[in-house]
Design a binder for this molecule. Structure first.
Ligand SMILES: *Cc1c(COP(=O)(O)O)cnc(C)c1O
Length: 352
């Protein structure tokens, strides 16, 4: 820390991303990326003419992509906001809707960025414990009179609320924004995207990083009532109007034309999830019923930290969170069948 850093930030604990090692080839099951490349059309488009136009700024409105996303999700373009990854959208939403009077609430075990944004913007946060079985209790969020942020499916547990549970939260907090972070919804969750016309306090946030194999392109989007989207744009045009680069805008559009490719990859991941869950349980693990592209698991003997470091030595990266309540657990991204078999072989070796 330099002596110049604002005192406002001196206590800020930054988010710790999962490791992105550049030194050797791990089987990478630690940051919930897709094991599959983007679809063929996306790759072709990126090799094309758009790169030659990088001398020019991109469209700050991203109108082409906004239009396609609106069609894809059956909403109007005025209901769509684009972000440089959904992390940027979360950041803008915390900034736009929360303050010293309008507090925020989120679960104790959830995406690690929520408390970071609350701290960064000086927003008082009510952190609500998950139930004993690691589920989110919808009733804990009813009538809170606070902005609410819920990942659905939740991370790192993989557990879901139903759409009607989210609706109860929306109905009982009409004066506050309910942000539903649907980063993993394409792996078997129930999306609330279709509810945005019924609830003016609903903001649904999704990403291309997981189900659309584009974590490296940095593209997320939000769906919500026109006025909410305008508020996000007010922030964006005050920080970084060109937040999505030209190549990513093109990739995002073409990916929507190849939805079948992504649906098939998601289906494969879900099959591998069923397989790996069963195999881990056979080996004595407790594994939640994940609806995401990761597993949340605990072994009675090989506890979180130890399992993480031993697998790393064997060339397999998973994620361990050194946090109360979940320090015995690990989060394992669901990859290809081959990757899951390599993981299981390594675990057998460690248990032998
Ligand atoms: C991965 C993830 C995101 C962010 O993804 P981006 O790459 O920034 O789009 C947001 N929320 C949750 C819960 C995630 O796991």
């Amino acid at each position: 820390m330099s002596r110049f850093l604002s005192s406002r930030l001196s206590a800020l604990e930054a988010y710790t991303p999962g490791e992105q090692p550049q030194d050797m080839a791990y089987i990478k099951l630690n940051t919930n990326e897709s094991p599959f490349p983007p679809s063929p059309g996306v790759l072709a488009a990126l090799n094309g003419q758009e790169a030659a136009r990088l001398n020019l700024y991109p469209d700050p409105a991203g109108a082409g992509l906004v239009e396609r996303l609106a069609q894809h999700y059956g909403v109007n373009p005025e209901n769509v906001f684009l972000g440089n990854g959904s992390d940027e959208i979360l950041s803008f939403a915390f900034m736009a809707f929360c303050d010293g009077e309008r507090h925020v609430a989120f679960p104790d075990i959830s995406y690690g960025f929520y408390p970071v944004y609350a701290q960064l913007y000086g927003i008082p946060a009510q952190v609500i414990p998950l139930a004993e079985d690691l589920s989110i209790r919808a009733e804990d969020y009813c009538g809170l009179q606070k902005n609410i942020v819920i990942a659905n499916p939740n991370a790192p547990t993989g557990l879901c609320l139903t759409r009607s549970e989210i609706e109860r939260i929306l109905r009982t907090n009409p004066g506050y924004v309910v942000l539903v972070d649907e980063a993993y919804v394409d792996f078997g969750g129930e999306s609330c995207a279709q509810l945005i016309n019924r609830y003016d306090n609903l903001l649904v946030v999704q990403t291309y990083s997981k189900s659309r194999s584009m974590a490296g392109a940095r593209l997320g989007f939000a769906l919500g009532e026109k006025a909410l989207i305008e508020d996000l744009n007010r922030i964006k045009f005050s920080i970084n109007p060109y937040n999505i680069n030209r190549l990513t805008l093109v990739a995002g559009e073409v990916a929507l034309e190849e939805q079948d490719y992504y649906d098939a990859r998601c289906k494969n991941i879900m099959e591998n999830r069923t397989y790996a869950t069963k195999e881990l349980r056979r080996r004595g693990f407790f594994v939640t019923d994940s609806r995401a592209n990761f597993l949340f698991a605990r072994h009675p003997v090989l506890l979180g930290r130890e399992l993480y470091s031993k697998l790393k030595k064997l060339g397999i990266l998973i994620r361990h969170f050194n946090k109360p309540r979940i320090s015995d657990y690990v989060r394992i991204t669901v990859g290809t069948r081959e990757q899951m078999d390599a993981l299981l072989r390594a675990i057998d070796q460690l248990l032998a």
